[in-house]
Design a protein around this ligand. Structure first.
Ligand SMILES: [Zn+2]
Length: 286
């Protein structure tokens, strides 16, 4: 991505997750295709898409994203959205798939924010609407940060339910309105978190989605340096299990994206992300 060495974005976790899952023969890997300009422009302002690709964003717009613009950043950004698109296409056939990136939920219709350039899940929903007869979607966003971009993009779209459980004192400090928001206080523990999830999760399925997206950010982990919640690895596992069990019962296709995770050491974050995918394989493919 051409980031300076002191940048806080944890680039190494992506490689660590892949290396960990490659030891597990249940997974098949495909290199991410690059999302095209037209695929991105289904969900985003075409002028914004062009400005990202051609490097003509304003300095303020680049600062809000939090990455310096570079040709490598564009490649990485297109591959990240492309991975979610490819996973979406695959899930139509085998029911469950995932991207080892994505969940870039702070990207709005016409601007990026918080390490998110394009909103991959919004791009995937627009793709499904353009290429299939599916119309109803649920986005389950359990990253510790509110899915503000996703909430804004679908604010006036009753066929897309957005559910966000997040830390009330975590970024973004000006929250948007999701279909369902649960703002949790600092130091929320496993039991409190799981009780809150249990209460709202059925609503994501009462919506009767044709397709489910899971933003499975692991930054609610106690050791996370950005999140303010106190979940354990076991708590995250139960959280994921609740989501997967509900998706299985509803029998809609599922795409998982990884979202955030900034623990110190970063190996802990990578292990938490790998745990999500391993649990998914156990529940759906064993
Ligand atoms: Zn996050």
């Amino acid at each position: 991505m051409g980031l300076p060495p002191e940048h806080r974005f944890p680039v190494s976790k992506y490689r660590l997750i892949r290396e960990s899952l490659q030891k597990d023969s249940r997974f098949t890997f495909h290199p991410a295709p690059l999302a095209t300009r037209d695929e991105l422009a289904r969900a985003h302002d075409p002028h914004y898409v062009d400005a990202v690709i051609h490097g003509t964003l304003t300095p303020a717009a680049i600062r809000r994203i939090g990455f310096p613009w570079s040709p490598q950043l564009v490649q990485r950004t297109l591959a990240s959205a492309g991975a979610t698109l490819a996973a979406t296409q695959t899930a139509l056939t085998i029911n469950v798939s995932g991207a080892l990136a994505g969940g870039t939920h702070h990207a709005f219709y016409a601007e990026g924010s918080g390490f998110c350039v394009f909103n991959d899940i919004a791009v995937a929903i627009a793709h499904l609407r353009a290429t299939t007869t599916l119309t109803r979607f649920s986005v389950i966003d359990l990253d510790v940060h509110q899915g503000d971009g996703t909430a804004q993009i679908f604010a006036n779209d009753p066929e897309v339910l957005t559910l966000s459980l997040h830390g009330q004192n975590n970024f973004p400090f000006r929250k948007q309105q999701s279909t369902i928001d649960v703002a949790l206080p600092d130091h929320t523990n496993d039991a409190e978190y799981l009780a809150a999830l249990e209460e709202v999760l059925p609503k994501a399925f009462a919506h009767n989605p044709d397709f489910v997206f899971y933003q499975s950010g692991v930054d609610p982990l106690k050791e996370d340096t950005l999140g303010k919640l106190d979940l354990t690895m076991a708590g995250l596992k139960t959280r994921d299990e609740m989501v997967f069990t509900a998706v299985r019962r509803h029998a809609a296709p599922l795409v998982i994206t990884i979202g955030g995770g900034y623990a110190n050491p970063i190996e802990l974050t990578a292990a938490a992300h790998a745990q999500t995918y391993q649990l998914c394989a156990s529940l759906f493919f064993s």
